[in-house]
Design a protein around this ligand. Sequence first.
Ligand code: FBP
Length: 549
Amino acid sequence: MKVISPLQKVRAAYAPKLPPALRKGANVAVTAGEPTTAADNVEQIKALFPNTFGSPVLTFAQGTGAAGAALNVGVILSGGQAPGGHNVIAGLFDGIKSLNADSKLYGFLKGPDGLVKDEAMELTSDIIDAYRNTGGFDIIGSGRTKLETPEQFEAARKSCEERGITALVIIGGDDSNTNACVLAEYFKANKIGIQVIGCPKTIDGDLKNEWIEASFGFDTACRVYSELIGNIGRDANSAKKYWHFIKLMGRSASHIALECALQTQPNVAIISEEVAEKKMTLDEIVTGITDVVAARAANKMNFGIALIPEGLVEFIPEIKVLIAELNDIFAHIDSSIAEADAAAKVAFAEAKLTAGSAKVFASLPDGIRKQLCNDRDPHGNVQVSLIETEKMLAEMVGKKLKERKAAGTYTGKFAAQTHFFGYEGRCAAPSNYDADYCYSLGYNAAALIGAGKTGYMSSVRNTIKNADEWIAGGIPITMMMNIERRHGEDKPVIRKALVELDGKPFKTFAANREAWAVETSYIYPGPIQYFGPAEVCDLVTCTLTLEKA
Ligand code: FBP
């Protein structure tokens, strides 16, 4: 018999909350808004998506609850894990069953690959029940394969047609939802009767806009990291001998670092978007941290917490240019380079960089140079999680302090510990927020399918309020797209949401950071609470609360 934890056993019985529109089932009444446009590069997006561009925003209200025809639906988990993925699938399952009890759900295995390679399993109620309210993507697995070629689309069609699948739900981040949009367009253009619906997933929090107010998993992941940061803060304040440099996952955007800073009040938190805006050099960043270390040391506090967003290096202007050049260089390489060791890749890059970037490249520690030449992910992104920025900064701050000591301008002690929090949070059991939000997103995807829609993202809004006020509907994915450079080519992609420096979350942080730097005002959030009073169980992130306040 499979042993599960006491928490998982009891948590399985949790009934996630739904928006009122979905409480009578996924057969909803639909209100369509005005035709929509794109985030940018409108004419190009319109030309690339002639069949799905311009669809209206949809808002749902309770329908009759009447049964419709039985549906066969396929589901894919795509990209990095995020807490709540299993609840999206559970919500989708319950939603299509509410439309017709004979509806069936098939899970494609290991992400988009399963769709292309025709590997799937039927998800029955026994299977679904074992995964309700759990973290992870292990129910069917995930993958990062990019769906982009006509051969892949044809393979996808065949995999669906074999099982009588007429609708696909792709649960993923910005890149995966871009895939969903491209696939929806292909099916529509070729008169293939398969609907495609996306669901906004990613702990990174960078898939959001006016209509998609949060990507699922962000809430839980930030709470796990904040618990750990709080614990480290308490240790630092007890032992009073270490500076902790903590890198936080989150890819390019600093939403996770900012949210964790708001939840824990560290001494330093770097926000990449500000670094880019102020065109800060690496040396300026290092000097800024060194100044805080020195100021605290002057008050006999030789300890501290510094939060560093995973994607920082991409935002330091000189390194950004360097990375763009490296991306182009490594986009077209033969196997002799692709399979070469790190040192050979560095030498290959050095020979091809422009003079300016070659100088920047040469100034970086050898380990970082090698990490920048690592394989890109299938979407052409540098794998920033593999770049040890926390170690680089700790080392550089240490060096600067030594120089200051030699010059007689600093007398403190500096010992650094480095950490990287990412995988610790991606598969945590979803918080109530994510359990409810995810289940609603999945159930709502069923409503979009029932309403015959394609090329839409499932949208549940107003989530800072009680679920009785949540708004369900659908957003055309083309509305979120623009053109960006990927793999050395211009491609239509969903626009990433970066931290807005004029937004309330950043402004709140900026208004407090000087005090947090010199004082020790750490907050210790503790672990996620699943049972107990609403004020500790039904929390909403500081980011969303401030954005919607
Ligand atoms: P997604 O955009 O796929 O949700 O990625 C989330 C993420 O956890 C990033 O924060 C991180 O950079 C990346 O995945 C790590 O990728 P991998 O799972 O391949 O290690």
